[in-house]
Design a protein around this ligand. Structure first.
Ligand code: SF4
Ligand code: SF4
Length: 356
C-alpha cells in the first residue's frame, strides 16, 4: 500500500547462504553417516561426496574474543564454515578428511573440548539464566559449566550405553526442561506481593488469568488496587511473576533445584516419554552447585554401569522399574514424588508438547 512502511524483517536468515558448498550441493541427497571418532561425524552423499563435521563444546554465551578465536581456527584449519547447535556446540565442516586431525589439535590447544556425539553425554542444553532473562531463579550457564567440568570425560568419550541429553531450566514455566536428565528450578513458597507497586506496574486481569489454578484475585490493599493469592491453592509455579514483578517468587532460601529423568521425544522406535521427578529440594547453590552435580553424576554412573547397550535412560528405567531405579541410585523416595494434584489430569503434565 502506498506510504506504508516497509516491514522490518527479523527471525532466522536463510541458512543456505552460510552452508559449506558440499552441503549445499548435496542437500537432501545424503546416503549415510559414520562416526570415525568421538566428536566427528562423516556424512556421505549418494553422489560420493563426503563431509566431516568436528564438534566442540562452547559456553554458549560467548565473548567476542572467544568467538574471534573460534572463527580464526575455522579459517586456518577448517574451510571457513561453521554452525552452532542448539546445545551450544560449534561445528566445523570440512570436505577434506586430512584436515580433521589438525583441526582437533588446534581446538584442543586453545582449550576447547571436542566430543558430544553418539553415545556420549552431549553438551547440556541451557536457557538464558541471569545474564539475559528477567525471571530466572538460578543461573543456567553457570550450572552447565559446573556440571560439564565434572562430566568432561563423558563428553569426550563414547562411554555411555546410548546418548544422554541433559537440560537446565532457570524458571519453572518457560523454556528448557525436557531431557534424559533435566535440572529445573523449583519454587517452594508462594509469591510475596509488594502492594505499593502492583497498581503502577501490573495489568491485573492478565496476572489473574495467568494463574493455572485460579489462586489470584484482585484486592484492595491499603486503599490501593492490588492482588491477593490464595496460598492453599498456589502451586508455586511462578507464572505470575513475569507479568507482575511485584509478585516476587525468587528467594535464595526457598527457591530450589529439582531433577527429573526419562524424558524423550518420539522416534522411529518409541513413543514420547514424560520425565519424572527423582530429586527435589536440592540447594540452589552457586557458583558450583555441588549438590545438584553430585546427584546428576550418581544417576549417570548408575545408568552407565547397569543399562544395556543402546538403552536410553528412560528405556533402562522402564526395564528395571522405578523402585529399582531409586534403590540403585540411592535417591530417597519421598511424598513429593507423588503427584496427587487431581487437576493435573486435565491441565498440567498432560500433554507431550515438545520442549528441548
Ligand atoms: S527458563 Fe525461564 S528464566 Fe530461564 S531463560 Fe527461559 S524464561 Fe528465562
Ligand atoms: S505462583 Fe503460580 S500458582 Fe501461585 S499464584 Fe502465581 S501463578 Fe498462581
Amino acid at each position: 500500500m502506498e506510504g506504508q512502511r516497509t516491514p522490518i524483517e527479523s527471525g532466522c536468515p536463510d541458512g543456505f547462504q552460510y552452508m559449506h558448498p558440499t552441503m549445499r550441493k548435496n542437500y537432501g541427497n545424503w546416503a549415510y553417516h559414520e562416526d570415525p571418532r568421538p566428536g566427528v561425524l562423516k556424512h556421505v552423499s549418494w553422489s560420493g561426496d563426503a563431509i566431516y563435521t568436528v564438534r566442540a563444546g562452547t559456553q554458549r554465551i560467548l565473548d567476542v574474543f572467544t568467538l574471534r578465536k573460534l572463527c580464526d581456527i575455522g579459517d586456518k584449519y577448517a574451510e571457513g564454515y561453521v554452525r552452532f547447535t542448539i546445545r551450544s556446540n560449534i561445528e566445523y565442516m570440512v570436505a577434506d578428511g586430512s584436515k580433521v586431525e589438525p583441526l582437533i589439535e588446534a581446538l584442543e590447544k586453545e582449550g576447547f573440548v571436542v566430543g558430544g556425539t553418539k553415545n556420549s553425554v552431549a553438551m547440556i542444553s541451557h536457557t538464558q539464566g541471569w545474564l539475559h532473562c528477567d525471571i530466572p531463579g538460578t543461573d543456567a550457564s553457570g550450572v552447565v559449566k559446573s556440571m560439564m567440568d565434572e562430566l568432561i570425560e563423558e563428553f569426550k568419550n563414547w562411554n555411555m550405553p546410548n546418548r544422554v541429553h541433559i537440560t537446565t531450566s532457570c524458571c519453572q514455566i518457560n523454556c528448557g526442561g525436557q531431557g534424559d536428565i533435566a535440572i529445573n528450578i523449583q519454587h517452594t513458597k508462594p509469591p510475596k506481593i509488594n502492594h505499593d507497586l502492583v497498581a503502577n506496574i501490573c495489568e491485573r486481569p492478565s496476572v489473574v488469568a495467568r494463574c493455572p489454578v485460579a489462586a489470584i484475585r484482585p484486592a484492595l490493599v491499603n486503599g490501593k488496587p492490588s492482588l491477593e493469592v490464595d496460598e492453599k491453592k498456589c502451586i508455586c509455579c511462578g507464572a505470575c511473576y513475569p507479568p507482575c514483578t511485584p509478585m516476587q517468587i525468587n528467594d535464595p532460601e526457598n527457591t530450589k533445584l529439582a531433577i527429573w529423568v526419562g524424558g524423550n521425544h518420539s522416534n522411529a522406535r518409541g513413543k514420547p516419554t514424560f520425565q519424572k521427578l527423582v530429586a527435589a529440594g536440592i540447594p540452589n547453590n552457586p557458583p558450583r552447585w555441588p549438590e545438584a552435580t553430585a546427584i546428576v553424576k550418581k544417576i549417570l554412573t548408575t545408568y552407565k554401569e547397569n543399562a544395556r547397550d543402546w538403552e536410553r535412560l528412560n528405556d533402562w528405567i522402564e526395564r528395571i522399574g522405578w523402585p529399582r531405579f531409586f534403590e540403585l541410585t540411592e535417591l530417597p523416595f519421598t511424598k513429593f514424588h507423588v503427584d496427587n494434584w487431581r487437576g493435573a489430569r486435565r491441565t498440567l503434565n498432560a500433554s507431550t508438547h515438545i520442549r528441548f
